[in-house]
Structure formats: structure tokens, C-alpha cells
Design a protein around this ligand. Sequence first.
Ligand SMILES: [Ca+2]
Ligand SMILES: [Ca+2]
Ligand SMILES: [Ca+2]
Ligand SMILES: [Ca+2]
Length: 330
Amino acid sequence: MGWRIRRLPKAAVLGALLASASFASPAFAAGTPAGTDITNVATASYETPGGSTIDVDSNPVVIKVDELLDVVVDNTDPGDVATQPGDTGEVLTFQVTNSGNGNEAFTLDADVAVTGDDFDPTLVQIVLDTNDNGVYDPGVDDVYVAGTNDPALDPDESITVFVIVDTPTGPTDGDRAEVSLSAVAVTGSGAPGTSFNGQGDGGGDAVVGTTGADDDDSGFLAIQAAILDLIKSATVLDPFGGSTAVPGSVITYQIVANVTGTGSLTNLVVSDPVPADTAYVPASIVFEGTGQTDATDTDEGSFDGTQISVDMGTVTSGESRTITFQVTIQ
Ligand SMILES: [Ca+2]
Ligand SMILES: [Ca+2]
Ligand SMILES: [Ca+2]
Ligand SMILES: [Ca+2]
């Protein structure tokens, strides 16, 4: 070590070394910032036979902190991103964090052809959350171009990254697709401990950390295709209490809307024209057991003079809705 400590009892030297061995607590998760000089001087003092005190310093030892290259990628979607066959512009969200101790830029790459899943989406683009609001803002957030706007992050700094994909028409309900985003330190990556001489921030070396300066994580698309079945039936009540279809008989039509698959159908509207040779029975629409007015108003049902209509709103898979209405045979 080259200590120049003279005329000191052994215990005094040890005490001085211990006193200087504690460093300030690091402010960053990644540790002391790259380029920081750690300077250490040992001191000692002793009394002369004449009673005066003599102080002795060691030479300073300066150690420059090298740059650790580390990165962490996390998919931050709360679950599978719901999509439907042929849908475009689906958004998967990731967070890229510089877990090293220097400023570092990262090369991003998205893999949409991961195998072992059910289908491959098409990559549209990778987008950086330039306005840092966590939301994909088309035309506002910058489109990422490798080598041009590789995000440069300070230690512990994160950036949100969006991977925009299109869903092909082939997959069916329940199919999933994996989408992976990787980030690699521009200075270098590889086995932990790999050193790039003199390329660290602040003049030290750049050293690959435990992450290999290369990380990736995956998000998933899942096809949620709701399927609608409309089942119609009719019962007849004749003027004699029987079920013959004669003039004057009342036909009660029942329409059941069954939604299966996954996801939901929105703005589901069921209409049925009143058949020729029949007359609509006023105010006969019943939706889910509740009588409806014929007017277009606050309830779900209406009759416009030629057809009945019921606006069911959003119906989730696994649910069904029932309509009945009546006509009289002329
Ligand atoms: Ca750097
Ligand atoms: Ca795939
Ligand atoms: Ca944004
Ligand atoms: Ca109504």
C-alpha cells in the first residue's frame, strides 16, 4: 500500500486505519456515483519525551469509483393486454431503469416473434414516454430509433417505453402472444465483471454489473373475443285459450341474446321488425322482466312504428339478456 507512517507504536497505526475505514452511506441504490474519488489519509499523533505532541499523516490514497453498467426492464401492464383479431395499435408498457451508478444510454429492441405462445403480433414501433406521464400519447411521445435517441438515464432513473403492435386476424379467443422488450447498455455488456478501460463516467473504467448490462421482460396480448348468439322463439295464444294461429291470436316472441367467449360486447342493440299481417301490441316490450315504454326515452326499449328495438348496453361474456314482445295476427 505504500504507507509512510513513521515512529508509531503498532496499536496507534491500527486505530488510525480503522477510524478512516468507514465511508459515507451511498445516496443511490446503485451505490457511489461513478467518477467519485475516495480519498483516504491515515493520521497519528504521539507525545515526545519533552511533553509536546507530534502529528503524522500518511500519504493520501485516492481510489476512483468505476462505472457499473446495469439495467432492469419491467413490463408494467397490470395483466394481459386484451385484443381482438385484426385490432391495430395495441400498447404494451415497460419501464427501463438504469440500475448502474453512472449516466448511461440504452439500446432498446422489441421481440414480437417469441415462440412457445399462440401467435405473433406485428411490431409497429417502440415509443419513448417523452412527456413522462406514463401514457402513450401518439404524435407527442417520440418514436424510438435505435442509435438516434437511445434513452440516456442517470443512476436510478427510469423511463417508460411503449411497444406498439398490431394483432393478426388468425388467432382465436383465449390465444396469447408474448412481446419482449430488451435494453442493453451502449457502452458495453456481457459477463458481470467485464471491464471497458477508461470508458466509465468521470474517467474510471466501465464495468459490467450483475445484470450483464442487458435485461429484458415480457408482456402479453390475449385475444378476448366475445361471441353473440341470438335465439328467437314464439308462443301463440288464440282467442279460445288454445295455441292455434288464427286471426286474433297473439304471438309472443322471445329473443335471448347469449354472449360467450371472453370480454364483452358494447352498445349491443337488438331489433326485430314486426312481421307482415300482424299488428304490434302497444307497450308489449319486456326487457329482463321489466316492461318498456314504446317511446325512445330513458328505458332500453322502443317501437318506432315498424320494429321494436332494445339497447342492451354492455354485455359481458357469460351473460344473457331476454326480450319479449307481442303482435296480433290480423
Ligand atoms: Ca456511462
Ligand atoms: Ca409469438
Ligand atoms: Ca406520454
Ligand atoms: Ca322506451
